[in-house]
Design a protein. Sequence first.
Lengths: 89, 434, 479
Amino acid sequence: MITERDTEHIAQLADIAIHREELASFTSRFNEILEYFDLLDQVGMAEESGERAYNIFREDEVVPSLSQEEALSNTTGPEDGFFRAPRVM
Amino acid sequence: MPGRTVSFHPDDRYAAFLRTIPEAPFGEGRLAGVPVAVKDNISTAGIETTCASRILEGYVPPFDATVVERLKRAGAAIVGKTNMDEFGMGTTTENSAFWPTLNPADPSRVPGGSSGGSAAAVAAGLVPLALGTDTGGSIRCPAAFCGIVGLKPTYGRVSRYGLIAYANSLEQIGPMAKTVTDASLLMEVIAGHDPRDSTSRDCPYHHTPDPEIRGLRIGVPEEFFGEGVDARVASVVWDAISLLERKGAEVITCRMPSMAYALAAYYVTCTSEASSNLARFDGVRYGPPADTKKPWHEAFQERRREGFGEEVRRRIMLGTFALSSGYYGKYYAKAQAARNNVRADFERLFCDVDVLAGPTMPTVAFRFGEKSDPLSMYLSDILTVPANLAGVPAISVPCGKVEGLPVGLQVMGRWMEDERVVDVAYAFEQGRSA
Amino acid sequence: MTVIVGLEIHCQLDTATKLFCGCSTDYRDDPPNSHVCPVCLGLPGSLPKINKKAVEFALKVAKALNCEVPEESEFARKNYFYPDLDKGYQITQYDKPLAVCGYLDIEGDEGEKRVRITRVHMEEDPGRLVHKGGADRPKYTLVDYNRAGIPLIEIVTEPDLRSPKEARRFLNKLRATLEYLGVFDSEKEGSLRVDANISLAGSERVEVKNITSYKGVEKALTFEVTRQKNAIRRGQKIARETRHFVEARGVTTSSRSKEMEQDYRYFPEPDLRPLRVRNWAEEIEIPELPDARKLRFIKDYGLSPTHAATLTGDWQIAEFYESLPADLRVSTATATWVADTLLGELNYRDMSIRGVPLDHFKELLLIRQAGEITEKAAVEVLRSLLDQIRDTGTCELPRQCIGRLGLFVITAAEEGANDPVTAAAREAIAENPQAVADFCQGKKEALNFLVGQVMRKTRGCAKPGDVNRVLTSLLSGDE
């Protein structure tokens, strides 16, 4: 069972704000779903199976980049060719 | 010849499209001038691509997805972007941030999801061909609910480059059409190796559907007719399987024990991957901008709360939890082990049978709002997720109706045997109309 | 108190393109966000693809560091939210690194020392942030993704180092090794970043982040040793914490924000396939490394171990030395000139061997070897050339410089001629009658005095032998 505090912690870890009034319903949904996930407890560790590919590489050859204008085309208010983001300190 | 366009002004009464291209350019090729609808999680250069999410509103990709490049090279006209559950997270298309899509077979019901817009556009006759994407049934479910054909190709057969990721290890782009022949044709155009996608395999698809199935061994797992499967749906699907038997196939019942936990494995895997995939929508490089007056984490948290719908936030949090320290072993690692077991089950069964068959969905299309709690919604994916977990091809072909609502027959095949599931679906389609 | 140090070193691999896309890595002089594409901007739908050359370079490093390469390795996602990360996660390697269990031998505080390497793995560099509104009260952040996706190699050592000096020596040896391999350019700004773990035996471990220079490592660690010793002397406990090195002030500061214990939620990168490169690693060829070259210098050129170590401690210097003619290479004088004089003068000016025209110095050596200038003059010319380079970025040709300074050796002609040496000797004799008298009375020191006077008048450009001969001849003629 997870508590509303756990839900808040998960939201913090996921960096998603959660409204206070949503907390109870999110928590009860999580508990239903996590209880269902307990079905996985019966699974032992299995051998890797199936077809797998390895070592998928590309050569070290330069491909033209986007122009600065194209790179910034989906952002609002770029500054001197930079993207703008909220402060981090 | 430059400047040729298809005029596209559909009567979109089922709200299948998020946006249409009134004059859609097209070129030479086998799909010259054919209108094709593209699900809105597939990047289209110069055309807004949102995954039906507020967080990507206004985002115009500077590049085409590989499948879109291939469509254009074949002459197709991209006429619009179709509605979907936000980021593909849903089974009804009700989770679109913009509006729900109606089921053309019964507008009081959902079209299924998450590729509900593509399915509705085809079923309503607005386009002959559409692209969907299938992470846990998102092509096959709406195909079944709307009464059309939908193919989830073998993982790696169609490039994912340009597909906005929900769950990378599970999803494939695939064709949706009214007939098996059309779906096969669209598959031929989009399949093939793409060096930009490291999970792409060099296995092109050149195939003309062949209805001859004499001697084919069809396995029918008991679990596909177990608890939760509507008896009337089961009956219609058994009738379909009997038809295939009359056409010369051999039907063998079998068991797939990993079905007990396949759905749990699926949801742990897809939410884990999604929690990471959806972290890039921070409003710095594209999408509605983050508030630069606030500190980073506060602005980011708010951006995500405002930009994502409830189900998306739920899945991001579930996946975050499943990957977090102390829980990784219980959830993510176990899900991968379970996934290996599912793969092993398929491999074992495919020693004795050539394809597996059963219903695509346990029920017919839901009424709007019918599945209000998330877990019961998840449970309706139980029959489609095994093919995604194992990466094998699976097709849904209309096989009858229950109270006027379409039912889909699902055929799953061996890894890279997409041709065979197409043939079986074609055999059924031909046998039924004969 | 025993000092225990372990290092985590991030180096940019010197490939032509980024780790997961074809954008050029040559971004340093270009405008922001001009070396980006859908992949390194993290645009939705883009997919990474591994640069084969980056793997090859990383395997060379693994081999040079005597590592084991496991059968299978893979990339993983490290999830955290920061604007320098274009995807909201960094593609790195976690529980299946490229290489493990290696070592590098260094000259330790107490002789030869083996430093164990825990692991070597590959990852992508994040973008670059510029904080607007001052570092103390930033208003917002500007982001440039040109650096995002540059291939990095992370090398993690066991806590085997016992002093800041040893840490510095380890780094120098590592740098030399990477440059011998041709996979790393230490001159590129920001190409190296070091995190150091340091503790005093019995105390908690402190992690120092953000060290971006070779000298910085020694400075940061020296500061930490002193800080921690002082704290312990005062009876304080050392807190287990992360500190940042402030290069400009040479101090470490505690990261004030009590950040939540980071949970990176690593999982295998589903967009990439695993690596199986053990066989490749076995076949891969690496060039002669510093230790082998040092032994060869001792054996083939007869150099002292100290000179050999200095001359092979940097790939460029070793290459320069080996470009000299064979007869010069076997001379201790040459070794001294390169290892002590040249490097000493460079070091004095805080200049690097890169960016100086080595061909000029080779020519200078040849001129000196031919006896056209004296040892003393050679040093003067070297200093002048280095000053020019430091001040203007360019310099004269050696012969121009020697000519301008009038430092070519002045040779005295055979007897009786009126050459500058003879003229200077006549002057010296005329100006110093007492010394001449002393010489005539058999005082040998008086001759040395006169030789010195002549050398001064010829600004050191006369050959002492010539001066001796001319003076002796003039003095005996006077007699």
